[in-house]
Design a binder for this molecule. Sequence first.
Ligand code: HAM
Length: 421
Amino acid sequence: MINKVKGTYDVLPSESYKWHFIERKFQEVMSLYHFKEIRTPNMEHFEVFHRDSEMSDMVQKETYDFLDRSNRKLTLRPEVTAGIVRAYIENKLYVAEPLTKVYYFGPNYRYERPQTGRYREFYQCGVEAIGIKSAVLDAEIIKVAYDFINHLNLKQVSVNINTLGDLESRNNYRAALIAYLTPFYDDLSSDSKRRLKENPLRILDSKDKGDLEIIKNAPLIINHLSTDSKKYFDEVLKHLDNANVKYQVNEKLVRGLDYYSHTVFEIEANIKGFGAQNVLGGGGRYDALVKELGGPAHEGIGFAFGVERLLYALEMEELLPKDDNDLDVFVIHFDKKTLEKAFTVAQTLRKYNITSSLNYEIKSFKSQLKESLRKNASYLIFIGEEELKNNLVTLKDTKTEQQVIITLEEAINLIKKGLLK
Ligand code: HAM
């Protein structure tokens, strides 16, 4: 037996309705905000993700990079944003509209250590708004994420916001952080030691106990913001207040990827027993990514949720609906001839938008009944020798147990009107 690849999972037929549910909920919010779906490839050229400025562990150490059979260097996307920016530039989306508002739902690949809520193939649903910079737009994007969470009815969730300021602010802050952390170098975890040189901001994200003690008194970016950056952040918060979004400013919030500037945010589950991977989604503004990938100096903002984590949160808060794709009619037959007839009856029913199924072998009456129970059929149609001879069917309502012998046409009418129910 060949097993699934480590860190991947199967969505079995009994589970897929949950995925449809979440995708539908997401699309409903997207359509209210007039975002259009974009579908970009799951593989991109290596350079889309491996950019000079991207020093994150995720891109440096966790991507699935490979050579195809013609020796092209490709990467399975670890996230969608960079691929969308590539598509934005390649298709010159900015010519038609000053602001491109898109959403997506699809798989990503990261070679991480699998655990609850962390996979090597996982799905994200997210949005990107590329083309302009506006504090109102930042608030709108956070509001979209907030509305989606509310649309799912999730309650034990919090929104954390921070700003990373502009490049000047970040450089100032970086210097202050390095100056503060350097005397503690020997006490830092090995990961943080490495990050001190490459990406000191990420140390703020450390979960290591010793690091946390050191970070406690670290300088905060908020005190190193340029006047413009501070003003921009205040404006975003004002618009969020106007939009009635409940949030907390978390001055230590930094994101995993390096392309962010100004507004960053994360949505976290505070559900008891949820586990360490409790960040349901996150995002922020990126001001240099479009240019870096060869496009005009346009800015963007977006977010992505992890779909598996959302599903887990919905399960824990008991918010998932029941599978509602029950069967209308199960057609029961008795031998080769009645099976042939049952096959055509099922097809006729479907023409009238009545979901129907049957067993495709000649099986005992009892086993067909059992199957109809498993499938939760509302009606049974029996095609026996008598029915076949008289061109009639027996229709039975499985709830009321009422049963009539009628023509198929009459049966369709009754089912449509739900009369036997
Ligand atoms: P990210 O924070 O790397 O951001 O991922 C977004 C979400 O994807 C996370 O909050 C988490 O729920 C989920 N996620 C990440 N890695 C895994 C994993 N290994 N297993 C399961 N779920 C995972 C981004 O990807 C950015 N592209 C978001 C963004 C869009 N920023 C601007 N626009």
